[in-house]
Design a protein around this ligand. Structure first.
Ligand SMILES: Nc1ncnc2c1ncn2[C@@H]1O[C@H](COP(=O)(O)OP(=O)(O)OP(=O)(O)O)[C@@H](O)[C@H]1O
Length: 554
């Protein structure tokens, strides 16, 4: 049994709800020994009274109570909006569905009956954001480095190279994107970070799954603990068990010393199982057991070691389809996929391209100690029509390579070494280029507008020009994405009209009569429209589509 917490440990207030008197006493004694203040309740009704009278740090409730489900308390706290209690739900043995339901309802964590008291103390301590009082650290061999993932050949690097001063420091800050999809991802990260619920991040390669996992870890109460990432698809099958759970000296040829696995390395922190869909079936069974028991047995060991780890996983596969095909265990899928975060491919959120390009160029410049390079608008337009199957990583690699080979000046389309634009993208690319020349501007919300105010036609002060990157990327997006609609129709239609007039003028070498006739307009109508949209011909003192200059003839 552990010693009472020292005088320095802050006292926490806990409410325990269970209708079995013996269990209630056991929980109470255990928590009192940890130095907490405890209140108890035997029914929903009693619990509601206690919760109405006071605030608690943690609520521990049995799921099945005489007058209803413990989940009702969670929902009521959630509805209240201003309650900060973390909830731990105790469920019957083997009822995975209830555990999942509790986590989805916002429970911080769950325990299964019969409750293991050591696990009970660990989960409570984790909810309180501290180590259990007097607890020996859950076994990590003394020889083990703090983050063995850094030296495990199959594991991903535990930390990205440190960002330069002034660049975003946290994974959450590094996760860029103003698209609705990325906003939803960030919101979900903030929500799930508060609990222990397992999260499955689903997305194509390079979409940022690991970045999301790091962001969840950082923002969780385990943020100060280790984050250990392992790529399940990169480990030879024979070694997976030892990599995950560790091994004892002599357990197999070459095992010359005890070695911890990633579960032990992530003790008190987060374990990120990347490419979980690649885990062979027999290992899925062992992993499920570890998840259920919260304990692992190193290869060659006789006893299990308790582990306190939050599990995050990721896959590029459709795991539900893998389950249907019999390649992934349904019960494990159920356990890992309590909360899902889908990450859209970059081609479905092209409006994020300019921001990502800028951030990557800035980071690369900071790493090289040079001023940031620029990307020519045509290069961005060319990127915007590419499928980019490698997503953000591919973007990073292309920019990196382009920078390495460039001779200075803005990076052009050729520097990016892009494959030919896919069929059907030509029109979008061409129009994106046209949009550039037409000087269409794009609002932050993605809507297009003419850079000139509708009136007067000849303005003494030209409006600030749009950034070509915004024009190219957003216009390409609008053309490619049939679902996206402009938020303000009028300026958008003006933008299209402007494009078509400029195009007709280009085709007819600036001849307004011919260009108008091509579009079924009289010269008078053509003049009116050009004036309204501020379109000048070269002989008027500008390129087609250029905003009017002060004093230029119309
Ligand atoms: N939204 C984003 N904002 C900024 N950078 C991003 C974003 N998404 C991904 N990245 C960057 O792209 C690169 C790839 O991201 P990450 O490794 O997280 O992807 P992944 O989906 O885990 O890839 P894989 O499946 O291949 O392991 C990283 O350098 C990451 O920082």
């Amino acid at each position: 049994m552990s010693e009472p917490a020292g005088p320095a440990a802050p006292r926490h207030r806990l409410l325990v709800v269970d209708d079995e008197p013996d269990l209630l006493t056991l929980y109470e004694l255990t928590l009192l020994r940890e130095g907490h203040d405890i209140e108890t309740a035997r029914s929903l009704e009693e619990a509601r009274e206690r919760l109405a009278a006071a605030r608690f740090d943690v609520l521990i409730t049995d799921l099945r109570l005489p007058d209803g489900s413990g989940l009702e308390l969670l929902h009521e706290l959630e509805r209240a909006g201003d309650r900060t209690e973390k909830s731990i739900v105790v469920t019957a043995y083997g009822s995975a569905a209830h555990a999942v339901e509790a986590l989805k309802a916002g429970a911080f964590d769950y325990l299964t009956k019969p409750v293991d008291l050591r696990q009970f103390r660990t989960v409570v301590a984790s909810a309180l954001g501290r180590a259990p009082a007097g607890a020996a650290p859950l076994t990590r061999p003394a020889a083990a480095p703090a983050r063995p993932a850094e030296r495990l050949p199959a594991a991903l690097p535990a930390a990205a190279p440190g960002p330069a001063v002034g660049l975003p420091q946290t994974a959450f800050e590094r996760l860029l994107g103003r698209s609705p999809a990325m906003r939803a991802v960030r919101e979900r990260i903030e929500r799930v970070a508060r609990s222990m619920a397992p999260v499955l991040v689903q997305g194509e390669s390079g979409t940022g799954k690991e970045l999301v996992a790091r962001a969840i870890h950082e923002r969780s109460s385990r943020g100060a603990g280790p984050f250990v990432a392992i790529n399940c698809g990169a480990i030879p099958e024979a070694l997976i068990e030892a990599e995950l759970f560790g091994h004892r000296k002599g357990a197999f040829t070459g095992a010359q010393e005890d070695r911890p696995g990633v579960f032990q390395a992530a003790q008190g922190g987060t374990l990120f199982l990347d490419e979980i869909g690649e885990l062979p079936l027999p290992m899925q069974t062992r992993l499920l057991r570890a998840v259920q028991e919260r304990a692992v047995r190193p290869v060659g060991a006789t006893a299990e070691l308790p582990v306190d780890v939050r599990l995050l996983s990721a896959t590029h596969r459709d795991l539900a389809a893998e389950v249907a095909a019999g390649r992934f265990r349904q019960d494990l899928y159920y356990r890992l996929n309590v909360i899902e975060i889908p990450l859209p491919p970059l081609r479905e959120r092209r409006e994020d391209l300019p921001l990502l390009v800028e951030a990557v160029l800035q980071r690369l410049a900071a790493e090289a100690g040079t001023p940031p390079a620029a990307l020519a608008p045509e290069a961005l337009a060319a990127l915007a029509v590419q499928p980019l199957p490698g997503n953000v990583r591919e973007l990073e690699n292309r920019l990196h390579r382009a920078l390495a080979l460039s001779h200075g000046g803005p990076l052009g389309p050729d520097d990016l070494d892009l494959p030919p634009a896919p069929a059907g993208a030509g029109a979008a690319g061409e129009l994106a280029g046209l949009a550039l020349r037409a000087g269409l501007a794009v609002d932050a919300d993605g809507s297009l507008h003419s850079p000139t105010p509708p009136a007067p036609p000849v303005s003494p002060v030209a409006p600030p020009p749009p950034t070509p990157e915004q024009v190219a990327a957003t216009f390409a997006v609008l053309l490619q994405d049939p679902v996206r609609l402009p938020e303000r129709l009028e300026p958008w239609l003006d933008g299209i009209e402007r494009l078509l007039l400029v195009r007709a003028l280009e085709l007819h070498h600036g001849n307004r009569t011919a260009a108008g006739a091509r579009l079924g307009l009289t010269l008078r109508q053509m003049r009116y429209r050009m004036a309204r949209l501020g379109i000048l011909r070269p002989e008027d003192g500008g390129e087609p589509g250029e905003p009017p200059r002060p004093g230029a003839a119309s």
